[in-house]
Design a protein around this ligand. Structure first.
Ligand code: ASP
Length: 439
């Protein structure tokens, strides 16, 4: 059994957190490949090492004296090293970083040092081999990941190590220029390593006990999702739920490797398991509720629209020409409504309306702004009758006016449009009816 374990910044913010991580790794023989982030925030209001590095490099780029800033970063690592009683010096590494900053080695190189140094500390602490991500994660000249090449390099290098630490977030081009993923990218590194070594499981350790059924800013202490499929996850993340870097799904999904989201501060919790498919029934009919505010609807009405072939295409062409993507297009016999992101639409509003008039000569066009969309997602809905009925009666009881309903034929989700101001009440009402009543 082989597991890849990735630890986020808050799991590695100080020596105490490192010790928890060490205990977790040592408690299971199979936790052989470790991907660390850079040290994160130790307390509210603290600054992540990655952000300190960006700041320090900005000073170097402006030709300012950056020694003090670099020393503060060094102290973050030495605080950990001392706390773990390690006999490790990072003097050479910091000397090199200082020179490279002076020589303007690039913003991405600067940011990557957070993971690089933390990888060194982690390898020394665990007694694992250190594998520099610059040697095994390959980017092309435009900064895009080279998947095939990376997989080969990782496989070749790691098949020779029984246990290794591979720092997250960065890699390098063929000629050695360091590049990074976007923020939170250590998740992607973990996923690439899991694929390359054909891991049985990719454990992603963070500071929450898994993915929550809904946003804790709306519902107090929401339940944790035990198992979620990749498709459900995609629907929920698209609507704003965040657990993992979006690009972390693809490599493991294709290999059928499950991801387990775990809590470093509560290792006894099982967390959330993300799988390709499962016959496990979800605990509740729904798996999750997510949503976003800030949509706008454009309602186009024309009598006899239903018999006008090509009407929809012509309308959508207008949006395409203005570079606006649409979210939903519910339609009636003589109406067609297009839902779009308000901020994308607002600037081009008049061009779109003129375009629609020219393209389809509607009877009238009406717009409504400040709308929210809520996705109620669940593989369990397909086999349960009355789900939609329960949602709408819950919303009626909460006095929420439903503006739009869209259920895809996959029966994996129901999208509901409400006014922005009803958003929180609507999410709460749906959560209560499915989770609090436990059906
Ligand atoms: N340290 C990087 C960041 O703060 C990458 C990561 O933690 O995954 O975004």
């Amino acid at each position: 059994m082989k597991k890849v374990v990735k630890f986020g910044g808050s799991s590695l913010a100080n020596a105490e957190q490192f010790q928890k991580v060490g205990d977790i790794i040592r408690s299971e023989e199979s936790r052989r490949y470790v991907v660390p982030s850079a040290p994160g925030k130790r307390f509210d209001g603290d600054t992540k090492v990655t952000d300190l590095l960006y700041g320090c490099y900005a000073a170097a780029e402006n030709g300012e004296d950056f020694d003090e800033k670099l020393d503060a970063i060094k102290e973050r690592y030495y605080e950990i090293i001392r706390g773990l009683s390690l006999n490790l010096s990072l003097e050479e590494e910091f000397q090199k970083i200082r020179e490279d900053f002076k020589a303007q080695a690039g913003k991405e190189y600067a940011a990557s040092r957070g993971e690089f140094l933390n990888g060194k500390v982690m390898a020394a602490y665990l007694g694992y081999e250190f594998v520099d991500a610059a040697e095994v994660i390959r980017f092309d000249k435009n900064g895009n990941l080279e998947r095939e090449k990376t997989n080969k390099l990782l496989y070749k290098r790691l098949s020779k190590c029984e246990r290794a630490v591979i720092p997250g977030f960065y890699g390098a081009t063929e000629d050695g220029k360091v590049r990074t993923f976007s923020r939170g990218g250590s998740d992607v590194t973990g996923s690439l390593v899991a694929k390359a070594i054909e891991a049985d499981m990719y454990e992603n350790w963070t500071d929450v006990s898994g993915m929550l059924v809904t946003d804790p800013r709306i519902v107090d202490n929401p339940a944790v999702i035990e198992t979620v499929t990749y498709r459900e996850l995609r629907e929920l993340s698209y609507m704003g739920a965040t657990v993992l870097h979006e690009e972390a799904i693809f490599p493991v999904r294709k290999e059928g490797i499950p991801i387990n989201i775990r809590n470093t501060n509560r290792p006894e919790d099982k967390g959330t398991l993300i799988v390709e498919s499962t016959c496990k029934k979800p605990k509740y009919t729904i798996t999750g509720i997510a949503g976003k505010k800030g949509f706008c609807s454009i309602n186009i009405e024309k009598s006899m629209m239903n018999s006008e072939i090509g009407f929809g295409r012509k309308v959508l062409q207008v949006f395409e020409d203005q570079g606006i993507s649409f979210e939903h297009i519910p339609s009636g016999i003589d109406t067609l409504t297009v839902y779009v992101h308000q901020d994308e639409f607002e600037e081009k509003e008049q061009e779109v309306i003129a375009g629609i008039h020219r393209a389809v000569q509607p009877d009238f066009v009406e717009m409504e702004s400040d709308l929210a969309l809520i996705a109620v997602v669940g593989r369990g809905m397909k086999s349960t009758r009355g789900t939609a009925g329960r949602i709408f009666s819950a919303l009626a009881h909460a006095n929420v006016n439903v503006k739009m309903i869209d259920q895809g034929s996959s029966e994996l989700n129901i999208i509901i449009g409400v006014e922005n101001r009803d958003f929180e009440a609507a999410v709460k009402a749906i959560y209560d009816i499915f989770v609090m009543t436990q059906i």
